[in-house]
Ligand binder design. Structure first.
Ligand SMILES: [Fe+2]
Ligand SMILES: [Fe+2]
Length: 193
């Protein structure tokens, strides 16, 4: 167990070095939520370890700006984990989680830990937190308006709502998703006043 926590600490340091502050904060929240979901979904210690490593490394390529940053992130994570001498089986399972963690991935999560990582990441795109994160992350263009930003937020939320895999993830996401839809109904009413 001591060896596992030393390994996690090392990966945590590497992740922090690679990420900007906003992505690091996001990563810590995703890690925490993923472990909460893992407890509800009764994952084994081994699965939790894979999940925690994947959560720490899942967005290491988000700064390159491509929607499917999971694929590139998985390739970079594989190089990091080979250097740390992790068993091939663990590396493959971590990389599968990273590769499939968002809605732009070419393949869907297949393992319990990959499903949980995707759900924990989805939770960051709903509710007040999701609204602020998506609005801040939106590229501004001349044609942007309050409504077009709202549409982008709702499209992202809808996509993530359609790709939830675990009971714990669905419960957490949907409680905010219903309130978010109400919030944007109010937004439309205010625009019409
Ligand atoms: Fe991501
Ligand atoms: Fe993420």
């Amino acid at each position: 167990m001591a060896a596992v926590s030393a390994l996690i600490k090392r990966i945590e340091r590497l992740s922090h070095e690679l990420l900007d502050e906003e992505t690091w904060e996001h990563t810590q929240r995703v890690r925490k939520r993923a472990l909460l979901f893992a407890a509800s979904e009764h994952l084994s210690e081994d699965q939790k370890q894979v999940l925690e490593i994947a959560a720490l490394l899942h967005d290491i390529c988000v700064a390159n700006g491509i929607p499917d940053h999971g694929q590139e992130g998985a390739e970079q994570a594989r190089r990091i984990l080979i250097n740390l001498d992790l068993p091939t089986d663990v590396i493959n399972r971590v990389c599968h989680c990273i590769e499939t963690h968002n809605e732009f991935a070419k393949t869907r999560p297949q393992t319990p830990e990959a499903k949980i990582l995707s759900d924990a990441d989805a939770f960051e795109f709903v509710g007040p937190l999701g609204i602020v994160r998506i609005a801040l992350g939106s590229k501004r263009s001349e044609s942007d308006s309050a409504r077009s930003v709202k549409d982008r937020i709702l499209i992202t939320g809808k996509k993530r709502a359609e790709q939830l895999y675990t009971e714990a993830g669905k419960k957490a996401f949907n409680s905010w998703w219903e309130r978010e839809k109400q919030f944007f109904d109010d937004f439309e009413h205010q625009l019409a006043e």
